[in-house]
Write a protein that binds this ligand. Structure first.
Ligand code: SAH
Length: 326
């Protein structure tokens, strides 16, 4: 605005319009006509282009595949819960973490998403679905803490009172456990929920499922979790996918309890979604139930994730793999 010779408050007005999803400068009626003309002449707004949409016949979950300007594609999922509509957004094109159960990482990392591309996922999904989003989870394609500054910038923008104003308490950030990122995030002292993809309570099992563990290790990771909890006073949610006979014995449950109890962590058990290219077997429901009961008995706060969108490839990275345009 300064470059255009305009007063600073015009930037706030423009930011509010952009945050509302308006993509036509002419409609920004509280800006003077001359400024609207200048903006139309000098700037272009390019909303994400929809490549595919799948709607679950089971629960109304919507999965989008968006095309970015450089031709890459990312996925966004919109889930309808009684407490509001939740969007699961991608933070990177691909992923370099290499987890053994995950479809997103199969082609490696292509690039980071920019803050506006992440914001664009929210705006385009709202516009296309006609739904208002009240909660955001950063659990789509990519590792948010591997794209730290862009993700932080996105959070600041989406949380801004002059913009979308989505409260930090309505945002969850999920990580495979990058210790430096967790420490940096603790310093920001945000009210968001940190979800930690733990998936195993011992180094041997975790390293088998998640290569990141070979360099960091559980002890260092859990120490970072303690620091995070002490700094932010926010309880961490530990994600735990259930893989048959790999991490789902009662012995695993006991070890898991001993890791998370000291910091009052909540455990979210996730039924493993089968990914064609991966051979890991999901735990049967009765083993999940027994594991959950054991954790409860040991005084751990535990929930089993309700699986939505099972018929629309809603699990991390699945749709992008099927529509390969790389
Ligand atoms: N990189 C971040 C966020 C993206 S993955 C992270 O690791 O947390 C979001 C969640 O989906 C993670 O908990 C991840 O482990 C889980 N996930 C990945 N593939 C899955 C699958 N096939 N079935 C169930 N959950 C899966």
């Amino acid at each position: 605005m300064a470059e255009l010779g305009e007063p600073g408050y015009r930037a706030k007005q423009l930011f509010s319009w952009l945050s509302s999803g308006e993509d036509n400068f002419e409609e920004m009626t509280n800006l003077p006509k001359s400024l609207r003309e200048k903006l139309s002449k000098h700037c272009t707004l390019r909303p994400l282009h929809m490549l595919r949409k799948q709607v679950s016949a089971l629960d109304g979950t919507i999965k989008y595949l968006w095309q970015l300007e450089d031709g890459n594609a990312v996925e966004t999922v919109v889930m309808r819960y009684h407490h509001g509509n939740t969007i699961c957004i991608s933070t990177q094109v691909g992923c370099r973490m290499g987890c053994a159960f995950c479809a997103s990482t199969l082609g490696g990392l292509v690039r980071n998403l920019t803050p506006s591309e992440m914001f664009g996922e929210v705006l385009a999904s709202e516009r296309e679905s006609g739904l208002t989003i009240s909660n955001i989870v950063l659990m789509g394609i990519g590792e948010p803490l591997d794209n730290y500054s862009n993700v932080l910038r996105f959070l600041t923008l989406i949380n801004h009172p002059k913009g979308r104003n989505i409260g930090m308490r309505h945002i969850s950030l999920s990580t495979c456990g990058l210790v430096e990122g967790i420490d940096a995030l603790a310093e920001e002292d945000l009210q968001l929920t940190l979800s930690l993809s733990l998936h195993a309570p011992d180094d041997e099992t975790r390293s088998r499922l998640m290569p990141i563990n070979r360099s960091v290790g559980l002890e260092k990771l859990m120490r970072a979790c303690v620091r995070y909890y002490e700094k932010t006073k926010r309880r961490i949610s530990f994600e735990y996918i259930m893989v048959d006979r790999v991490n789902d014995t009662l012995e695993h449950a006991k070890r898991l309890a001993s890791l998370v109890k000291p910091i009052g962590g909540h455990v979210n058990l996730i039924p493993l979604n089968r990914v064609e290219e991966r051979s890991l077997p999901p735990s049967p429901p009765e083993r999940i139930a027994a594991f959950s009961r054991e954790l409860e008995k040991l005084g751990v706060n535990v929930t089993v994730r309700r699986s939505l969108g099972g018929d629309v490839d809603a699990s991390c990275g699945q749709l992008r793999r099927k529509t390969e345009i790389l």
